[in-house]
Design a binder for this molecule. Structure first.
Ligand code: NAD
Length: 262
């Protein structure tokens, strides 16, 4: 159902972003990926993000740098207007406030929140003019509730949920139902099995196995006691791109094993 659609997924060389890129490509979209990685990792991501819609392309823009984002967006639009933007790239730094380096605050806010502003500012006018657009911002449970030792991360993700609501309202009436509409939504995962959370698993091993670390991490906050897989998040992202999701906008979907129900 995404045949003829052009998609950008940021932070798609790993984890959740890679799974979303793969799902969009399998549904027929032509996908551009962004993110860091060694050449072999990028090659593998490009192969997974290629499908019936065409070969994937990679952009190595550092999303902490607005000028690099602008260049990436301009190059992408030269290659055909964007129909789908998934702002997924994100970083984490978990230490108490008094030990949080100011540079980490700047980096987390720039990558997790600022980058979404820049990509949306660039892509949404064209979506509005054409009457179809899907923006999916990968926030977190930390866009809905707080946790200690994650001040910049929690601030950035709450900011992303708010930013998405504001932009959703601006574009809510820009597309007709038949055209599919313009929607801007957040997905708010709890723990997902990706490299991002390995340091937090490691910190809870207490001399035991990795499995002990995973169990301890889940027991703190995620009542299902199960991790999500990147492909679980990707299937919700894919659904948000469907025509019948035209009236789902400004929403923030928790996929968190009950974390935010507590
Ligand atoms: P990951 O570490 O596996 O992937 C992060 C991706 O972002 C990589 O492709 C990396 O290269 C890219 N990236 C990092 N800094 C970048 C920069 N400056 N410029 C461009 N790309 C950059 O992480 P993940 O777990 O897949 O996380 C993806 C998103 O999901 C993040 O926004 C994260 O906050 C969010 N999230 C993850 C979890 C989880 O439990 N894993 C839970 C909630 C939300």
């Amino acid at each position: 159902f995404l045949h003829g659609r052009h998609a950008l997924v940021t932070g798609a060389t790993s984890g959740i972003g890679l799974a979303i890129a793969q799902a969009l490509a399998a549904a027929g979209a032509r996908v551009a990926i962004n993110g860091f990685g060694l050449p072999a990792q990028v090659e593998q991501a490009l192969a997974l993000a290629s499908g019936p819609g065409g070969a994937a392309r990679h952009f190595d823009a550092d999303l902490a740098d607005a000028a690099q984002i602008e260049r990436m967006m301009a190059a992408l639009e030269d290659d055909g207007p964007l129909d789908i933007v998934v702002n997924n790239a994100g970083i984490q730094h978990a230490v108490p406030l008094e030990r949080m380096p100011a540079e980490k605050w700047d980096a987390v806010l720039a990558i997790n929140l600022g980058a979404a502003f820049h990509t949306m500012r660039h892509a949404l006018p064209g979506m509005g003019a054409r009457g179809f657009g899907r923006v999916i911002n990968i926030a977190s449970v930390h866009g809905l509730v707080g946790s200690r030792d994650k001040a910049p991360y929690v601030a950035s993700k709450h900011g992303l949920v708010g930013l998405s609501k504001a932009v959703a309202l601006e574009y809510a009436a820009a597309g007709a139902r038949e055209g599919g509409g313009i929607t801007v939504n957040c997905i708010c995962p709890g723990w997902v099995e990706t490299p991002l959370i390995e340091p937090q698993i490691e910190a809870r091993r207490g001399g035991g196995s990795r499995e002990d670390g995973v169990r301890a991490l889940l027991a703190e906050k995620q009542p299902s006691l199960r991790m999500s897989l990147p492909s679980d998040i990707a299937s919700l992202a894919l659904w948000l791109c469907r025509p019948e999701a035209h009236n789902v906008t400004g929403a923030a979907f928790a996929m968190d094993g009950g974390w935010t129900a507590q």
